[in-house]
Design a protein around this ligand. Structure first.
Ligand code: C5P
Length: 227
């Protein structure tokens, strides 16, 4: 059964293994996420190989530059027809507006505050210790500038949903399956079920599936919890 919600993150430096994984999982995912590691290792050629097996791709390159540069970069990127792509909300109003110039069917998602920043870091760089207030402000600005959605941690979903309303897309990484909670570098984690009940539309899941002994079995088990 095809998942309506799960996006599997293909963070790998092994092209053949990744393509095998895409073949095995494609019937049971919503989409695959291609990020820095895969894209900078295998480039357009690698992207197109994944696309030819499964054309539902979230190309997560988190653009952040002056408005003209982001607009022209996205003009090229959108020719690859990803379902979603990302820009940093902190790039400002004009950058967000420019990001929409050539968007066609690709949804543009805003990255709010990196989850790796703690209170001290947000105070230092954004003069605000209250991370949740900062994230809400950024989500509001993303909506105001007509982005299609945001990427945020599971802890922020509820607050953001209140600010952006029903039709704004919320994508969340930091998903862990029950007994695997808090077992690695992801600190603010949630189960798939809980993240959806908090208001997320799509869940990005990487290692719990890709590093599992049987990735398809793990994915199917997760899908069952979301019925
Ligand atoms: O393996 P794991 O499930 O932690 O993968 C999560 C994916 O989501 C990775 O591709 C990572 O880059 C991305 N991500 C994240 N935390 C964020 C934003 C994106 O883990 N705050």
């Amino acid at each position: 059964m095809k998942s309506r919600n799960i996006i599997v993150a293909l963070d790998s430096n092994n092209l053949n293994k990744t393509l095998e994984l895409v073949k095995i999982l494609k019937k049971d995912v919503y989409a695959f996420k291609i990020g820095y590691q895969f894209f900078y290792n295998f480039g357009l050629e690698g992207y197109k190989k994944v696309y030819s097996i499964c054309p539902k791709i979230f190309l997560d390159l988190k653009l952040h530059d002056i408005p003209n540069t982001v607009e022209k970069g996205l003009e090229a990127l959108i020719k690859l027809k990803p379902l979603f792509t990302t820009i940093h909300i902190s790039g400002g109003d004009d950058m967000m507006i420019s990001s929409r110039a050539n968007k066609k069917n690709t949804k543009i998602l805003g990255v709010s505050i990196l989850t790796s920043l703690n209170r001290d870091q947000t105070k230092k760089y954004y003069n605000q210790k209250n991370v949740s207030a900062l994230v809400k402000k950024f989500a509001h600005l993303a909506k105001k500038n007509k982005l299609d959605g945001v990427v945020c941690s599971p802890q922020e979903i509820k607050h953001i949903r209140k600010v952006v309303g029903k039709n704004f897309i919320i994508v969340t990484p930091g998903i862990r399956i029950n007994n695997k909670l808090k077992s690695d570098d992801q600190k603010r984690v949630e189960t798939p079920e809980k993240a959806l009940s908090l208001g997320a539309n799509y869940l990005v899941i990487g290692r719990p599936i890709t590093k599992s002994k049987d990735p398809l079995k793990t994915l199917k088990e997760i899908n069952k919890t979301l019925l």
